[in-house]
Write a protein that binds this ligand. Structure first.
Ligand SMILES: Cc1ncc(C[n+]2csc(CCOP(=O)(O)OP(=O)(O)O)c2C)c(N)n1
Ligand SMILES: [Mg+2]
Length: 544
C-alpha cells in the first residue's frame, strides 16, 4: 500500500465513521488536513465565517443527525474562537470532535509566548471537554483517534479536543492503518430488581408525573415514553432544554417545566407524589432555582440516567438507575403490562381532562393578551404556532428560548439550553438543516442575538443551506433593557442597539428578505416563508 501520512489517516478515519460534514476555518497550519478533505468528494467542508459559527453549526448538526459532529480549527485564534460552542457542548452533553492544527513541534518547543499562534491549547480545552490532548507521536494516531471519537458518545455525551502539530500532519506512518465502523457498545440496561421497584412505585402512586430531558432524545426513547404515559395516564413535562422531546400536541403533554414553561406544568408537578425523571438533570431552569418551586418537597423520585454522577445529584431519589432510558422503559412497560394487564391507574382519564382544561385556560389568557392587536413577541409566536404543521424544526438561542412557551412543539426545539449563549441560533439552524435536509428549519432569534452571528448569512449562501430566519427586532437587548429600567432607576446602559435593515441585508447575501411592521402582515408573510424551502429572512419590527 502507498505510504500515507497523519492528515490522510485522520480524514480517512472520520470517513470510515460515516462523518460526511466537517465544520471549520482553515489556516496554513491545517492545509494538510484540508487537502485530505479535498481529495474525498464525499466529504463536505463547511467553512464558516468565524469558528464560533462552525461550532454552533456542529452543535445543531449533532442534535439533528444524532451523531458526533466534527470541527476543524487552527492554532491560536482559530481554536479560541470555538471555545464558547465547545463549552456549550460540554454543558449540554452534545458530542463534538474538535480537531485543531498546532504550530510545528520545533516552534512550540521554543515556548508558547515566542511563536506564531502559540498558546496552551490542551489546558484551555481541558475543563470544557471529556478529553483534550495533543498528538505527540505519529505512532499514537490510531488509538487516539478511535478512543476520542467514541468518547464523544460513550456514557454521558460531550466534546473532545485533539490538536495536531503541522509537521506531524505530513509525517509518514510506519504502515497505513485501516478502519471500519465500530459497533457501539451495548448501553447499560436496567436490572430486574430496579425494574420491579419502578413498576411498584408507579402502580402505587396516586399522582405520578414524568420529567423528560434530552437524554430521551439521544436514546431515541420517545415512543417508550409515550407508551408508558398512555398506559398509566401520566402527564409528561420536559426540561427547559428538551422542549418538544415529548410532543406538545399530545393530550398528556405539559410542555416545559419551570423557566420557559406554562404555569400548569408546575401545578401538576407540585401536586405529584412521584416523579419519573428520564435523562434529565433537575437543572436550575427546570427547578426554578433548585428548591421546591417545581419539585415538591415530599415527592418520591425515580431517576434513570446513563450518567451515574447525575443520579441523586440535586434531589434525593427513591430509586436511582444507571441505564439507557429506552431499554429501561421497555422493561418497566413490560413489567406493568404483566402485573396489571388492564392497568387503569391513578386519576386515569380524569387527569387528561384536567390537563386539557388547564391548557384551554392558558390559551384563553394568551388570546386576551394578544387581543389588542399590537405586534409583540407573544402575538408573533402565537401566529407562528398556528401556522406550524408539526414537521418543522425550530431553533433558537438565549432567552428567546423562554418565549417559545407559546409554541406547541411537535418536535424537539434545538437551542443553547441552559448555557443560554446568544449569537448561536442562526448558525445552529444551518447545522440542523444539513443534518435534516428534507425538513423546514426555522430559526427564531432576537435581533441582538442575530447581530452577533449575522456574518453566517454568507455561509448559508455559499453552501446553499436554505433556512428561514425570523428575527424579532426591538433594537435592543430587550429583556435586559426592561430589567435595567425596572431595577436601576430607569437608567439604561449598553442595551440599545443599532440594527440595520435586515431584509435588505439578507438580500445582499442571496436570501429573500421581508420586513413586517404591521400585525396583519405577520400571517401571510410567515405562511409563505414556511411553505417554501427558500433561504428567507423575516425582520419583524416588534413594538417593544
Ligand atoms: C454570548 C452571550 N453574551 C451575553 C449574554 C447575556 N444576554 C442574555 S440575553 C441578551 C440580549 C438578547 O437580546 P436579543 O437577542 O435582542 O433578545 P431580546 O431580549 O431583545 O428579546 C444578552 C446580551 C448571553 N446570554 N450570551
Ligand atoms: Mg432584541
Amino acid at each position: 500500500m502507498a505510504e500515507t501520512n497523519i492528515a490522510e489517516t485522520v480524514i480517512e478515519y472520520l470517513s470510515s465513521q460515516n462523518v460526511r460534514h466537517i465544520f471549520g476555518v482553515l489556516a496554513h497550519t491545517s492545509f494538510a488536513l484540508g487537502d485530505a478533505i479535498a481529495k474525498r468528494p464525499h466529504l463536505r467542508f463547511i467553512n464558516s465565517q468565524h469558528e464560533g459559527g462552525a461550532g454552533n453549526m456542529a452543535l445543531g448538526y449533532a442534535r439533528a443527525a444524532k451523531k458526533p459532529a466534527v470541527c476543524l480549527v487552527s492554532a491560536g485564534g482559530g481554536a479560541t474562537n470555538i471555545v464558547t460552542a465547545v463549552a456549550q457542548a460540554h454543558k449540554e452533553s452534545v458530542p463534538l470532535f474538535v480537531i485543531s492544527s498546532d504550530i510545528n513541534t520545533a516552534s512550540s518547543s521554543k515556548g508558547a509566548w515566542s511563536s506564531w499562534h502559540g498558546m496552551e491549547h490542551v489546558r484551555l480545552f481541558e475543563p470544557i471537554t471529556k478529553q483534550s490532548l495533543r498528538l505527540e507521536r505519529v505512532e499514537e494516531i490510531g488509538s487516539v483517534l478511535d478512543s476520542l471519537f467514541h468518547l464523544t458518545t460513550r456514557g454521558r455525551q460531550g466534546p473532545v479536543f485533539l490538536i495536531i502539530p503541522a509537521d506531524l500532519q505530513t509525517a509518514a506512518l510506519p504502515e497505513p492503518l485501516t478502519f471500519s465502523p465500530t459497533a457501539d457498545p451495548a448501553a447499560p440496561s436496567i436490572d430486574s430488581r430496579s425494574a420491579n421497584m419502578a413498576v411498584d412505585l408507579l402502580l402505587k402512586a396516586t399522582a405520578p408525573v414524568v420529567l423528560v430531558g434530552t437524554g430521551v432524545d439521544w436514546s431515541g426513547a420517545q415512543r417508550e415514553v409515550q407508551e408508558l404515559a398512555e398506559l398509566l395516564s401520566l402527564p409528561v413535562a420536559t426540561s427547559y432544554t428538551a422542549k418538544g422531546v415529548f410532543p406538545e400536541n399530545h393530550p398528556l403533554a405539559l410542555g416545559c417545566l419551570g423557566v420557559g414553561g406554562r404555569p400548569y406544568a408546575k401545578e401538576f408537578f407540585l401536586n405529584s407524589d412521584l416523579i419519573l425523571a428520564l435523562g434529565t438533570t433537575f437543572s436550575e431552569g427546570t427547578t426554578m432555582g433548585f428548591g421546591h418551586r417545581t419539585i415538591p418537597d415530599q415527592t418520591k423520585i425515580i431517576q434513570i440516567d446513563i450518567d451515574p454522577d447525575e443520579l441523586g445529584r440535586n434531589y434525593p431519589t427513591q430509586l436511582s438507575v444507571q441505564a439507557d432510558v429506552k431499554t429501561a422503559l421497555r422493561a418497566i412497560i413490560d413489567g406493568i403490562k404483566s402485573k396489571r394487564p388492564n392497568a387503569p391507574v391513578a386519576g386515569g382519564a380524569g387527569r387528561a381532562r384536567e390537563l386539557e382544561q388547564a391548557k384551554q385556560a392558558w390559551r384563553n389568557d394568551l388570546d386576551k393578551k394578544t387581543a389588542n392587536g399590537s405586534l409583540n413577541y407573544d402575538s408573533v409566536l402565537k401566529t407562528l404556532n398556528e401556522l406550524l404543521t408539526g414537521t418543522e424544526i425550530l431553533v433558537t438561542s438565549g432567552m428567546t428560548g423562554d418565549l417559545l412557551r407559546n409554541i406547541d412543539a411537535a418536535k424537539p426545539i434545538i437551542h443553547a439550553g441552559e448555557f443560554r449563549a446568544i449569537g448561536t441560533a442562526f448558525a445552529t439552524s444551518l447545522g440542523v438543516k444539513l443534518g435534516l435536509p428534507g425538513t423546514r428549519v426555522v430559526c427564531v432569534t432576537g435581533d441582538g442575538s442575530f447581530m452577533m452571528e449575522q456574518q453566517e448569512l454568507a455561509t448559508a449562501r455559499l453552501h446553499n443551506i436554505p433556512v428561514l430566519a425570523i428575527v424579532l427586532r426591538n433594537n435592543a437587548y430587550g429583556g435586559m433593557k426592561r430589567d435595567q429600567i425596572h431595577h436601576y432607576g430607569g437608567r439604561v446602559i449598553g442595551t440599545e442597539l443599532f440594527v440595520p435593515d435586515l431584509a435588505r441585508m439578507a438580500e445582499l447575501f442571496g436570501a429573500k428578505g421581508y420586513t413586517i411592521t404591521r400585525p396583519e402582515e405577520v400571517r401571510p408573510i410567515l405562511q409563505k416563508s414556511l411553505e417554501s424551502d427558500d433561504f428567507v429572512l423575516v425582520d419583524v419590527k416588534v413594538d417593544k
